[in-house]
Every structure is written in structure tokens, then in C-alpha cells.
Design a protein around this ligand. Structure first.
Ligand SMILES: *Cc1c(COP(=O)(O)O)cnc(C)c1O
Length: 354
């Protein structure tokens, strides 16, 4: 095995507790496990969380069906808009649709449960607020489908003081008045859960995503969250290198001193972004070692001026969930932790620590 992903489920549990501690008592958790649980393995994460959260949310109908086929029994909300030709599958697999467009009333099959999704400022998916009254009429007319919830999504809650959050919340509360009290109401993602506690964003349920995996949305950290993913490989080959010699494609890195170079069998084909070339360190025997040269499709190089730093076969941690984590990579790569973990190729075997 060239490399493996190790997911620490105890830390996942502690992240769930951090969410519970940040929301109103009795708030339901709708764990967002879209895109294979941000690269952590959706079915395994769902099975572990089955009694620890109430709902799951995924991006697509296909992901929802995968959860059902994997034995997940909790209610599941699908974010994408339903496609008419697959409408029956929501009923068949007992999945809750998102109704984000008035025309979706015609697309859903009889017997479907759905949540209304209103666009209060994200401008991605969602019903326009002005149509709230009309939607209520359509809802009453389409009695063969059941509305069980109502929600919206924040565009900028990852920033602790963004005034758009209050505006969206205000807009949502106005819309909410049109609809029956019993609908499950949910608005908060990670940013809102941790940065906007004071604004009463809990409602009936919250939709935590990235925080479950131990990262914060945006740059303001939350101490109680712990990254749950480690990425482990090994030293496949070593060679001594002389000052002035290069490593890898394009000879982009030149050894500053005599030392040792190691080859690690992980590359961009495994989901290690090439843009990170030369910008990260790995951990071997508890010590940090610099990555050097360009990351290639299946390999990258490391270097130490101390020739005894590592030997062939040594364990190599690319990520260890502590000082080596996806947020550090994200900052180097000019992206967000979400993209780093989601980018890890599914071909990497995963191991779960209970
Ligand atoms: C992805 C997503 C979430 C979770 O967002 P995080 O920032 O990861 O917490 C919640 N709601 C919707 C609609 C989403 O698309």
C-alpha cells in the first residue's frame, strides 16, 4: 500500500460535542457529509454518527442512495435540485428533497418529502424570497408531497463580523412567518454555529460540515475542534545527494548541502496538490522533514542534510491532524481546508480508529 488515510473517530465525536456545546440545548444536528464526507468516507462517517446526530445532508441524490445502500437509516436531506427523471428515487430510498425552485413542484413524485430552500443572499440555489406567499399556495395545492422543513444558507458566516449574516437572518425570519410552525427550521453552517452564537442561529437544527472534520470555516480558529484525518505513507527509496544536485522534474530544487533524499509514493494522482511543491513538511520518527522538488503524479521527494534522518521503509506522515494539517496546506496552496481534504483521491485506502 502506497499510502493510507487514517480517520480518528474519537476526535470526530469530540467535534460533535463541540458543536452541541455551541448551539441551543435540544438543537438537532444535520451532519453534512457531502462529497464523501469532505474526503473522509461518507458511509463510514455516517455509520459512526448514526446515534450521535439526527440527520445527514449530502449534495446529490446519488450520494443519498449510497448511504441507504450502506445501511444508513437516519433521515437524509439532498441539497441538489431534483431531476424529474429520477424523482421516484426520493420515495424509493426515503430521501428528503430540497425544493429550491417553484418549478420543482412539478418535478417531484407523489409521496416525496421535501424541505423548502430559500435564497436569502447566497444566490446559488434557493427560492426567491418574494415568492414565499406563492410557494405557500403551491405547497397547499400539492398535498401528495409533504413539506417537512425550511432552510437557507449563509454566504459569509466564515467571517466573524460580516453584516450579511444578520441581513440574511432577518430576511429568513420574514419568510419563515408564511409557513406552518411545525416545519424543521435550519440555517447554520460551521461559520454560523461558532461565530454567530449570539444571534440565535440554532432554530430547530444546524448543518455542521467542516467543523466535524476538525477545521473552522475561514481563518478564525476554534480551539475545541480537532482535525480527524491523517495521511500516512513510507519512504520507498533513499539516495545520498551532493550539494548542487537537483531533485525532480525541471530541476527546480537544488541541494544546498550534501545530504539524503527520500522518495515518497504519493503525488497529485493521489490528491496531493502539485501547487504544494516545496511548500510542506512531513513527519518521520517524530521529526519534521522538508519536501523538495516538484510533486509528480505518483511521487514526491524529501531532503535532509542529516543523512541519518530517515531510511527506506520509515513511516511518513504527510498530515497528522496536529501540526501537519489541511489548514496549513490550504494557506500554502491559496485555498481552504475543505478543498484539501475533498481533493484526496478515493483510491487511498482508509482506516478508521474507534
Ligand atoms: C456545505 C453546506 C453546509 C456545511 O457547510 P460548512 O461550512 O462545511 O459547515 C451547510 N449547508 C449547505 C446548504 C451546504 O451546502
Amino acid at each position: 500500500m502506497r499510502s493510507e488515510i487514517i480517520v480518528d473517530l474519537k476526535k470526530l465525536e469530540s467535534n460533535v460535542e463541540a458543536v452541541r456545546a455551541s448551539v441551543k440545548k435540544g438543537t438537532k444536528l444535520m451532519a453534512v457529509i457531502k462529497d464523501d464526507a469532505y474526503g473522509h468516507g461518507a458511509v463510514e462517517i455516517a455509520k459512526y454518527l448514526t446515534n450521535k446526530v439526527e440527520w445527514f445532508c449530502v449534495a446529490t441524490l446519488t450520494e443519498g442512495i449510497e448511504l441507504r445502500k450502506g445501511g444508513v437509516k437516519n433521515p437524509v436531506l439532498i441539497f441538489e435540485s431534483p431531476a424529474k427523471e429520477r424523482a421516484d428515487q426520493y420515495v424509493e430510498y426515503n430521501l428528503t428533497a430540497s425544493l429550491s425552485d417553484m418549478s420543482s413542484f412539478e418535478e417531484l413524485a407523489d409521496g416525496t418529502e421535501y424541505h423548502l430552500n430559500f435564497d436569502t443572499g447566497m444566490r446559488r440555489l434557493g427560492i426567491t424570497p418574494e415568492n414565499a406567499g406563492q410557494v405557500f399556495e403551491l405547497m397547499k395545492k400539492n398535498r401528495k408531497m409533504t413539506c417537512t422543513g425550511i432552510y437557507t444558507h449563509f454566504s459569509s458566516s466564515d467571517e466573524p463580523q460580516n453584516e450579511s449574516v444578520e441581513k440574511q437572518l432577518h430576511q429568513f425570519k420574514k419568510i419563515r412567518k408564511f409557513f406552518p410552525k411545525h416545519l424543521l427550521t435550519h440555517v447554520a453552517n460551521t461559520g454560523a454555529i461558532f461565530h454567530y452564537k449570539g444571534m440565535d442561529v440554532s432554530f430547530d437544527a444546524v448543518r455542521p460540515g467542516i467543523c466535524l472534520y476538525g477545521y473552522m470555516a475561514g481563518d478564525v480558529m476554534v480551539e475545541s475542534l480537532k482535525p480527524i484525518l491523517s495521511w500516512k505513507s513510507f519512504v520507498m527509496q533513499t539516495r545520498l545527494i551532493k550539494k548542487g544536485e537537483s531533485v525532480g522534474y525541471g530541476q527546480s530544487w537544488i541541494a544546498p548541502e550534501d545530504g539524503v533524499v527520500g522518495t515518497i509514493p504519493v503525488g497529485y494522482g493521489d490528491g496531493l496538490m502539485r501547487i504544494l511543491s516545496g511548500k510542506f513538511r512531513v513527519k518521520i520518527n517524530g521529526k519534521l522533514v522538508q519536501q523538495v522538488g516538484r510533486v509528480s503524479m505518483d511521487y514526491f521527494g524529501i531532503y535532509s542534510s542529516d543523512a541519518s534522518s530517515f531510511v527506506r521503509g520509515d513511516d511518513v506522515y504527510l498530515l497528522d491532524g496536529e501540526e501537519l494539517n489541511a489548514k496549513i496546506w490550504a494557506d500554502e496552496a491559496g485555498t481552504i481546508a475543505y478543498e484539501i481534504t475533498t481533493f484526496i483521491n478515493k483510491k487511498n485506502k482508509k482506516k478508521y480508529l474507534f
